[in-house]
Design a protein around this ligand. Structure first.
Ligand code: SF4
Length: 406
């Protein structure tokens, strides 16, 4: 069992948030804060269940991850290949790289765990051997060698303390370097979406930092920062061990200084009530000033249990925002708006209206947008509004198609 001091943590967290205790989100509570829509009984039951879970985790202080991890050596032959294609219609074939079970960042909205961070983190010390095998099998000599992205990491943070302190993150990057040396014509491309801050990228293993290793991969990889639009105090509470926005931007800058493609951002999860005109402007101005030219907006998708946790977090800062959040999700007409794993997306009309609002501003500062196929279909977004591959070469999650030489 290893323990660590988080690289980043925040002064405010859920346990010292002034006057905060989890409320019971039931019919009476919704009414008391002015919610104007009537949820169906199933939705209401989910919210009430979520409130019980919230109280239990709050009382037992299990809301945010413990800063420790265990290690194991997985059998590289036994790891099942995971393809990142939740919609069944993604235009790319992307393999997932997930060396850690659980995640030390502890996001309260985490779609992988619905915000549950009670399990012990477990790091697979042999995961790089699986990556070696996967790369050889799909893009090595004698393989079909089709265009493939390898996504590090959709189900955990790639550059968290558990993967950095053990060197597992570095070893995975070295596998890519070794693969390209053996197979220069490989069409494997490394796609990284990460909440890492600059200090994470500077952590060394065997004399090399993550950034040093990125520099050796730069024509074959992209580093997409992942960050959402919200007031910093709220971000601090709901992403307890994530780097602050300024540090994520410094990570982007460090990458750009080394010529590593890092000009697209994953803007997620978007909480509709946080999309004030002022919030949109200051957030995208910051991204643009750091050389980011593309973003993939992704609204919060959530189960009702998790919504009963996130709502009160917003309410701790602004009750009106809390009301708006529930209204975006719980109306019966929205109950069929479900994304992967049955999680609910916000009201379609509000979603499309807010994408347009963001685009109106980002168009004016020269940023392009890419969007997931599922969202495109659900919201009826045509190629005229957002092309499949946009003028900057990005598609879907922010994959840079030009990495393949196009
Ligand atoms: S960084 Fe990603 S995987 Fe980790 S807790 Fe946050 S949302 Fe979940």
């Amino acid at each position: 069992m290893g323990s660590y001091t988080p690289v980043y943590s925040h002064n405010t967290n859920v346990y010292n948030l002034e006057g905060f205790t989890p409320p019971v989100v039931d019919k009476a509570y919704l009414k008391s804060i002015g919610v104007r829509v009537e949820p169906d009984p199933e939705t209401l039951a989910g919210l009430e269940r979520g409130s019980r879970i919230f109280k239990d985790r709050f009382d037992s202080r299990k809301l945010i991850p413990r800063t420790r991890f265990e290690t194991f050596e997985g059998d590289p032959e036994a790891v099942r290949t995971e393809i990142h294609n939740y919609t069944g219609r993604c235009p790319t074939l992307t393999y997932e790289i997930n060396p850690v079970k659980g995640c030390g960042v502890g996001c309260q909205y985490c779609l992988v765990t619905d915000g549950a961070h009670e399990r012990e983190l477990a790091v697979d010390l042999g995961y790089h051997l699986y990556v070696r095998r996967l790369l050889e099998e799909k893009n090595g000599p004698g393989s079909e060698n089709k265009n493939h992205y390898y996504y590090f990491s959709p189900k955990t943070e790639a550059f968290q303390e558990a993967s950095l302190n053990t060197g597992v993150a570095h070893m995975i990057l070295r596998e890519f370097i070794g693969h390209y040396q053996r197979c220069p014509e490989s069409k494997a491309r490394l796609f990284i979406a990460s909440k890492a801050g600059a200090e994470h990228l500077l952590i060394r293993h065997d004399g090399e930092s993550v950034l040093d290793l990125f520099s050796r991969l730069k024509d074959r990889m992209q580093f997409n920062t992942s960050v959402s639009i919200m007031p910093s105090p709220l971000r601090d509470v709901i992403e307890p061990y994530a780097a602050p926005l300024s540090e994520r931007m410094r990570a982007v800058r460090l990458c750009q200084e080394r010529g590593i493609p890092s000009n697209s951002a994953l803007v997620q999860p978007i909480f509709i009530p946080c999309l004030t005109d002022e919030g949109i402007k200051s957030f995208f101005d910051t991204l643009r000033s750091e050389g980011i030219v593309n973003y993939k907006p992704e609204f919060l998708t959530v189960c009702m249990e998790n919504l009963a946790i996130l709502g009160p977090y917003l309410g701790a800062f602004d009750k009106e925002m809390e009301r708006q959040l529930y209204e975006a999700y719980i109306m019966p007409s929205n109950s069929d708006h479900r994304k992967q794993r049955g999680r609910t997306a916000p009201d379609r009309k509000a979603s499309i209206g807010n994408i347009r609002r963001m685009m109106e501003y980002t168009d004016s500062i020269g940023m392009s947008v890419s969007i997931c196929y599922w969202v495109r279909r659900q919201l009826g977004i045509g190629e005229d509004m957002i092309p499949m591959t946009n003028r900057n070469g990005f598609q879907c999650l922010g994959y840079q198609t030009r990495l393949f030489g196009g």
